[in-house]
Ligand binder design. Structure first.
Ligand code: SF4
Length: 223
């Protein structure tokens, strides 16, 4: 269903109308909202080419790591998951504000700790309403549960993932208290291999990114 080649008819429609009417209307609304000083800036992209991107919030405040740079409050692990219906309603609100084909981060605490059936339902729904979900994760559940990434790709239509790796992280299997970024390079290689294997096994595309919190800015993040 996902990652299938486009039909000739769809390709022709995209060539003739690369930006659809709904997206154009939302772009126009965003453009009218931004201050004149930004509209005068020739490189201003928001409102011209982009309606911005979005992110879920509060869908799974829990995390099994305890990174020194974490932005979550101390109470995060006591907060229950948002019911699935609430998550889908958030996606609806994001879709209405951002328009079709917008990038939406599926994030909060560690979203892969939600039951896999719920995470695949969230991903499927995002696709169904026309936004592109990217799962933001520390990635360890994929290391500990072989096949989970493939399940999200096949059953959830996952095409984008971002894995956070850096020395501020605490609790990772095999790397509980990393001392240097160099020490984490084999872990990054492992994730790259895991992603390549998932692409090969499923025959589906998966775009991958990585994020990091530079050591030294954690106090500013927490302030
Ligand atoms: S993995 Fe992310 S959410 Fe979890 S403790 Fe670390 S920074 Fe916070």
């Amino acid at each position: 269903m996902y990652g299938q080649p486009l039909s000739l008819k769809s390709l022709w429609r995209i060539v003739r109308h690369p930006v659809d009417a709904e997206k154009l209307a939302i772009l126009d609304a965003r453009w009218r909202e931004i201050p004149q000083v930004l509209r005068d800036y020739p490189m201003q992209g928001f409102g011209r080419q982009s309606t911005g991107c979005g992110a879920t919030i509060g869908i799974n405040p829990r995390c099994d790591f305890s990174c020194t740079g974490c932005y979550l409050g101390k109470e995060a692990n006591q907060i229950p998951n948002m019911p699935l219906a609430g998550v889908l309603a958030q996606l609806d609100a994001l879709r209405a504000h951002l328009g079709p084909k917008a990038n939406v981060q599926i994030t909060d605490g560690e979203v892969t700790l939600r039951p896999v059936e719920e995470l695949t339902a969230i991903l499927r729904y995002a696709r169904q309403i026309g936004v592109i979900p990217m799962v933001m994760t520390h990635g360890d559940r994929f290391r500990l549960e072989p096949g989970l990434l493939e399940t999200l790709m096949v059953k959830g239509g996952l095409t984008e993932i971002s894995i956070h790796i850096d020395i501020t992280m605490r609790g990772r299997d095999g790397y509980p208290v990393p001392k240097s970024e160099l020490e984490l390079m084999p872990l990054r290689d492992d994730f790259a291999a895991l992603i390549r294997t998932a692409r090969k096994r499923t025959g589906l595309p998966l775009r991958a990114a990585t994020t990091m919190t530079p050591a030294g800015i954690e106090p500013a993040v927490q302030a």
